[in-house]
Design a protein around this ligand. Structure first.
Ligand SMILES: *[C@@H]1O[C@H](CO)[C@@H](O)[C@H](O)[C@H]1NC(C)=O
Length: 382
């Protein structure tokens, strides 16, 4: 009987649809804990972000319905109870201001974030785009800090458009699944989008990203540090490709067991890129690229370098960040590389690349890179 009563309370979700609202309504009940777990709160309009932040501990489900986040503020859900469900509905928009951001931040354990059918998150980044990205010009807010999401958290079906600069930063996460995310900054191709990284990953473990579509003007995915990271069934268009690093000179310089599989990279400067900085220490171990299809690559089909220095292939390679146990297999890029570009460039320090597997790699159309160094066998040469 007690169980049935609890079940009844559970289905008694409270929906709050007023604008503005200051706190979610909740039904008075004998057992506050049950009501708290059962409460669904809906926030909308220009007060929705502040109300959601203020009420985040009181709601088991937070519906953000057509929220208009005021300029210079973060839609901040970084103090959620464990197992909270956050649902974006309709259009989420942000006001304009030059500042660092982030525009959105979500943190917690067992958090489920999802986009309802047709929902969009659109900070209208064109207002900041000036071709300079994070190197100058307007100060541009970072978009989404998905930081410290742990304990089987998930982000499902988020459709993000036109970020001012970097889109999604994954940091300090342990146990996060991202499924069906779209990051579409394609408008930035002609309107000055720059440094619009899709997914930057650092200091995280057990992160799986499935079915992401990224249209942008910088790294599609960049793993700077972390363990057991998988990116699969993805599409990267317009950017810098599937990247490890740059590794070196950060707080954490360990990359271990990262897999990129069954993905397409098109209209991009690089297909695959591993960047280790010369003169720093760290490790890049157990990285796998498998089942990668390349097309329309304008600089390097495959670029693996231990002489990254604020730019590709600068100076002498270092040996402080060995690249070991790398697997590159089934990479299909026949005719994919522009005739003025390079198919494969590998620059390693002496003995600093070892234990590689390399099979079924066809990357052609461009030139042979003439300055490869210390290439392990396989592949044996560039
Ligand atoms: C190679 O990769 C492609 C694209 O992901 C995939 O369709 C194909 O099955 C793979 N082939 C093998 C032999 O693994």
């Amino acid at each position: 009987m007690a169980f049935l009563r609890a079940t009844a309370f559970f289905s008694l979700a409270v929906s709050v649809l007023s604008t503005p609202i200051s706190s979610p309504l909740s039904t008075p009940a004998p057992d506050a804990a049950i009501v708290k777990r059962a409460t669904s709160c809906t926030f909308s309009g220009s007060k929705g972000a502040a109300s959601a932040s203020a009420s985040q501990k009181s709601c088991a489900t937070i519906v953000l319905s057509n929220v208009a986040v005021p300029s210079g503020t973060t839609l901040d859900l970084s103090n959620l109870n464990s197992d909270t469900h956050v649902i974006f509905e309709g259009k989420t928009t942000w006001g304009y201001k030059e500042w660092e951001g982030p525009l959105l931040q979500i943190k917690g354990s067992g958090i489920k974030v999802s986009g309802a059918t047709g929902a969009t998150l659109n900070p209208d980044g064109a207002r900041w785009w000036d071709g300079e990205g994070s190197n100058g010009g307007k100060t541009k807010p970072k978009f989404f800090y998905a930081h410290s999401l742990t304990g089987s958290s998930s982000i499902t079906n988020l459709h993000i458009f036109n970020t001012p600069v970097q889109a999604v930063s994954i940091d300090g996460c342990e146990g996060l699944t991202i499924t069906g995310m779209t990051i579409d900054n394609s408008a930035g191709d002609s309107q000055g989008g720059h440094n619009t990284d899709g997914l930057d990953i650092g200091e995280s473990s057990d992160v799986t990203i499935t079915g992401a579509k990224v249209y942008n003007q910088d790294d599609c995915v960049a793993v700077n540090s972390g363990t057991d990271i998988t990116f699969t069934s993805g599409l990267c268009s317009g950017g810098h490709g599937l990247s490890i690093g740059s590794v070196g000179g950060r707080d954490d310089n360990t990359v271990s067991r990262v897999t990129f599989s069954s993905s397409t990279v098109t209209k991009s400067t690089n297909g695959i890129r591993i960047k280790a900085t010369a003169g720093d220490t760290g490790t890049i171990g157990g990285v796998t690229y498998s089942g990668i299809t390349l097309s329309s690559i304008s600089a390097y089909g495959i670029l693996i370098e231990q002489n990254y220095d604020d730019g590709d292939l600068h100076g002498s390679p270092g040996t402080g960040i060995p690249i070991t146990g790398l697997t590159v297999k089934n990479v299909s890029g026949g005719g994919a590389v522009a005739s003025s570009a390079y198919n494969v460039a590998i620059v390693c320090g002496a003995g600093a690349c070892s234990g590689w597997k390399w099979s079924g790699v066809t990357v052609t159309g461009g030139k042979k890179y003439g300055s490869c160094q210390n290439v392990p066998n396989p592949p044996g040469s560039c």
